[in-house]
Design a protein around this ligand. Sequence first.
Ligand code: PTJ
Length: 248
Amino acid sequence: MSDVDVPESHPRYESLLLRHRIEEGVEAGITSKQGLIAQGRGEAYDYLLGERTIPSADAAERAAAAHLLRADHPVLSVNGNVAALAPEETVELAAATGAALEVNLFNRTEARMERIADHLREHGAEEVLGLAADGRIPGLDHERAKVDADGIGSADVVLVPLEDGDRAEALAEMDTTEIVIDLNPLSRSARTATVPVVDNLIRALPNMTEHARSLAGADEAELDAVVEAFDREAALEAAEAAIRSPEE
Ligand code: PTJ
């Protein structure tokens, strides 16, 4: 047994554990109530994918790690679901790639911004951006437009997990390289991303960190080769095919 009253032998143990983390996130004022709905959508896609990292997602995670390592100013965007599900894994990826952490919320309240920043610090983050909100993403009229000028506002590579399509498109307009983690290969954000990672956040983040560590000694030419070898269209097609024929 863990902190959830479900035996580890339960066939849906992992998914029940993640549900519980999201529930706790809502209770702690970290996750929005809409986060519960987003979790349900993600769970459904993960079930269809066989709750595994398919080979094309692993390739995307390696390309994502290479993008973050060769960037001048990479930023990991954190929302209420990410903070509840994987705070430690997010902080570890930031450390492995030299990326900054920035809280950016769709349902933004100052209280939730601060709770998420505190939660990340409790899990080892040194600096957490997002509270200054002295920059704007042009072309967006909701709260996600608010960014830090020295964070997402001037980033060359941004990781946006569990994103809505609007900001993904607006960031693409700014010529920012976008890495999106989204279990739905048909979502607008996955379709807009330079690197769509069709995998569960909980598996994707540690795998990106592992790839970043193995690429840490690589020179620019090697990182460029990893980035160029990744084919986003093929990865989206492979994810869709895996959902349609999970046995393959
Ligand atoms: O904390 P806030 O205020 O910024 O709000 C965050 C949520 C997630 C509520 C907000 O961004 C939202 O409503 O997102 P959507 O439009 O529901 O999109 C979430 C996407 O993430 C969906 O396509 C889900 O399939 C996917 N998703 C959900 N859980 C996971 C996931 N993808 C990867 N890993 C997951 N664990």
